[in-house]
Design a binder for this molecule. Sequence first.
Ligand SMILES: Nc1ncnc2c1ncn2[C@@H]1O[C@H](COP(=O)(O)OP(=O)(O)OP(=O)(O)O)[C@@H](O)[C@H]1O
Length: 240
Amino acid sequence: MDNPALEVLGVSHAFGRVVALRDVELVVPRGRFVALLGINGAGKTTLFSLVTRLYDNTSGVIRVAGHDLRRAPGKALARLGVVFQTRALDSDLTVAQNLSYHAALHGIDRATARARMAEVLAQVDLADKAGMKVAALSGGQQRRAEIARALLNRPDLLLLDEATTGLDVRSRREVLALVRGLTMGGVSVLWATHILDEIAPEDLVYVLHQGAVLAHGEARDLAGAEGLTRAFLTLTEAEA
Ligand SMILES: Nc1ncnc2c1ncn2[C@@H]1O[C@H](COP(=O)(O)OP(=O)(O)OP(=O)(O)O)[C@@H](O)[C@H]1O
């Protein structure tokens, strides 16, 4: 259990001539909320696609909870929960139907799935919505249902790609608070965002720009006296 939840070591990726990631080094320690901060095109989704094995990483090493993604993909992916940018639930099915389908995909037996469903719906405060069609939920509730889905296999590491996109201010705050709360229960989080005010002073932050990590550390240290927005602009403008 001492291994970091995620280690990305010397990882690069290109789409033809477009270099999307350059020698990226990133670590998510156990129980931490880590923000991956970058503007559109920085490489956040590409990094997530490598960690989820949508793309094969041909350079460097990626380990999830100590399991090498190339040598032991099954073990590594079993420790992972993912909330993608695009909606992943079937809106014509109920929350419970969506979750049981996903549990079956993970090879979780029916009795365990039923218990886990109750557990994860309570974690995201949707215990009373299991029987509702996804289409009837608010945007914030749908995001929470997606987080519940990602928690079904009790992951060590939760990846969320721009999870608050399209949500109003209140729902955004709720989703963020909920995910931060999960770290108290031992889940480690990698939260990709371009929204600076989603980051708290105690968070670990990786600033990704044009595929490279420009800086990392606790947000309060990166922000210094000038504040995080100014520090981010200074870092990324120097590279523009
Ligand atoms: N399938 C692809 N084919 C070609 N180029 C791609 C592909 N996917 C991403 N890219 C390019 O790789 C770079 C990184 O893109 P990526 O989607 O990872 O960034 P991002 O930080 O997730 O941005 P966004 O927030 O807009 O999703 C960009 O220059 C993008 O145009």
